[in-house]
Each structure stands twice: as C-alpha cells, then as structure tokens.
Design a protein around this ligand. Structure first.
Ligand SMILES: [Zn+2]
Length: 99
C-alpha cells in the first residue's frame, strides 16, 4: 500500500489517496481520539471507552505529517503532541464512508 496524496480538507478531515485503492477520509477529532501512542492509550484505558474528550482547536490542528516507511504516518499536532504513529491498516479502519 502506498500513499499518493495526503491533504487536510477544510481543517476538519484528513484525506489520503492511495495509489491503487481509493480514498480514506477521517475526521480530525476521530483521528486524534484514536491516536495509537502509549500516552493516549493509557488515557483511554483510564477513562474507559465511553468517554468522549473535548479538544481544543490546537489539539485538532495538524502541523506536520511524515510518512514512515511504507506502512505508517507520523502526525504532529499543534499542541505539540507528536508521538502517534498511525499504521496504514489503522487509518483504513478509521475511514468514514460519509463522503
Ligand atoms: Zn497520542
């Protein structure tokens, strides 16, 4: 799986165009909520699955996206959080079909 193009749409969605297999579109709030890093993982564990966090604008603004090999992207948020490595498979699971 390879990425053809990554874009932020209207400051609300992350859009990934895959070379051979269509598009993945994820709400930024959803992306942040599913951050796979150890810190967020521990936080989710502590608060339980029903907890829905409220984010500040900074926490939902992406300042940098880095591709990592051919399997993941690293996302840096404006509040400084940059430990989330999102594997392609994970991103595809977060895909929303309300395009
Ligand atoms: Zn995180």
């Amino acid at each position: 799986m390879r990425i053809k193009k990554i874009a932020i749409i209207e400051k609300r969605h992350l859009s990934i165009l895959w070379e051979n297999s269509g598009q993945t579109k994820i709400k930024l709030a959803n992306l942040r909520r599913n951050c796979p890093c150890a810190i967020c993982d521990a936080e989710r564990e502590e608060r339980g699955s029903k907890y829905i966090p409220l984010y500040t604008a900074e926490q939902l603004t992406i300042v940098n996206i880095q591709t990592i090999g051919h399997y993941a992207i690293g996302v840096q948020w404006k509040d400084g959080h940059n430990t989330g490595i999102y594997e392609f498979e994970h991103l595809r699971k977060l895909n929303e079909r309300d395009k």
